[in-house]
Design a protein around this ligand. Sequence first.
Ligand code: IMP
Ligand code: MG
Length: 488
Amino acid sequence: MNECRKAAFSIEAFIRTCYAYSNMKALHYKKGIAVVGAHFGDEGKGKFDDLIIRRYKKEGYKVINIRGQGGGNAGHTVVDAETGIKYDFHYLPSGGLVSDIILLGAGMLLDPIRILKEAEKLPVEQRQRILIDGRATFCTLLERKLDGYQESCKEKRGSAKVGSTGSGVGPAVSLRALRVHIQFFKAKACKSPEELKMLFDKIPDVPAYIWEDIAEEYGSVMAYIEKLYDAIQQLNIVNSMPIIQYTRDQGWACVLEVSQAFCLDCLFGNEGNFVTSTHTTAIGALADAGLVPADLTDGVILVCKAYASKVGGGPFVTKFTDDEIEQEIAKFIYDTNGEKGVTTGRLRDLGWFDCTAIREAIRRNGYPYLAVNCVDTIGLIPGKQAKICVAYRHKVTGEITTYWPDMQSEYEPVYKTVYVSWDIKHANSEEQIPSEAWRFLAYIEHYSGANIRYIGTGGSNEDVVIVTDIGRSYINYWKALISTGTVE
Ligand code: IMP
Ligand code: MG
């Protein structure tokens, strides 16, 4: 049983202790890691959050699981190992069931009613451990309606839609940039729903019909704001710094879950317009959570799948073509892994592993360890031939690049075809990985510069192979043959 569930714990007393604490022994967490998506999201980061938190706890650390950015646009299914109960998280980090404290950081865009709904499904002991940084920004029904409104405006003007998840995160970030947003500490200071309404009244340029829609759904705008007000009273809204400093000084470990993924980064992502509205690199999430790089003593785990998937608009260079065999492979992957967005239920587009994008993610995240999920799936695809995108070629000039270009839609993939045939479903030791699979991983390392540390072999959190010296020697053996041209 999770240790923290056994212990009697009062969050009020914990917060009081943190606030009263004034020492400053440690300038960073004793142990820390960030878990980052490498591609277009939905890589299965949660498995590694869970694995790392359990490892830290085994080593005797208490763990704070932190999110810095994003909001309800994220989505992950988390299974409680003790009860088998499945939870769909959007606001909580995926280590929420096994960590000692959950902190939703200042950069997050949050809906108080929806957080409460998500929290209510958790075991009582875990529910009270959720803390929200008072500096986090409101992202409510208003912002969700603005999200829909802005997408429809784009469509009317003939521009491609972002394909947003509709969770209001983009509009919430834009209100924050305009400095007309509502932060949780201001909402918490309101003495009545009427005072909270006054904060909403200060937001300029909201099309009247949006308030009318809200009124229609709830009977009146005030009825909706009363619900928000009630939710606020039930949440633990804190100043994050005393919590961070106390837990640093007490020698805790921190696990930073970075939502979305590198190729959706608001600056470096998918051709500028087809991105999410926050920074999705480790350093971006650190800034949004109010942490420092030194907190990440164990660096970054970058998570990808052995194939690619994407939802929403924008170029997807390695997307499967209409070719019969690629469509057959797509069908096989849908049948095996589902590949539906947890937040929107949309079917994800599928494609080949993209070393050009992954290399960029590595460069922008420091030198992280790579975790490759779904290696079991790629080993079973029809036709036994997988492609790995090793570079991009400009469609007009023919120029080859191994950097991820800003205008990705102008490029086509350069592929290396690799023989794949193995059945490693649920494998959890290196001995179960056959030579061909090591060879496939060696190609990924050779063309992306990655350092593969974890291999995902199935849907459960237990389906992971950790690459030690044994796996490393296999990968290095194949890499030597690849780089000398001994194998193609
Ligand atoms: P937004 O973050 O809802 O504004 O959506 C912007 C883009 O990011 C769209 O293409 C979404 O499909 C994509 N996106 C946002 N969050 C996720 C996620 O957690 N997984 C996968 N795609 C996401
Ligand atoms: Mg997801």
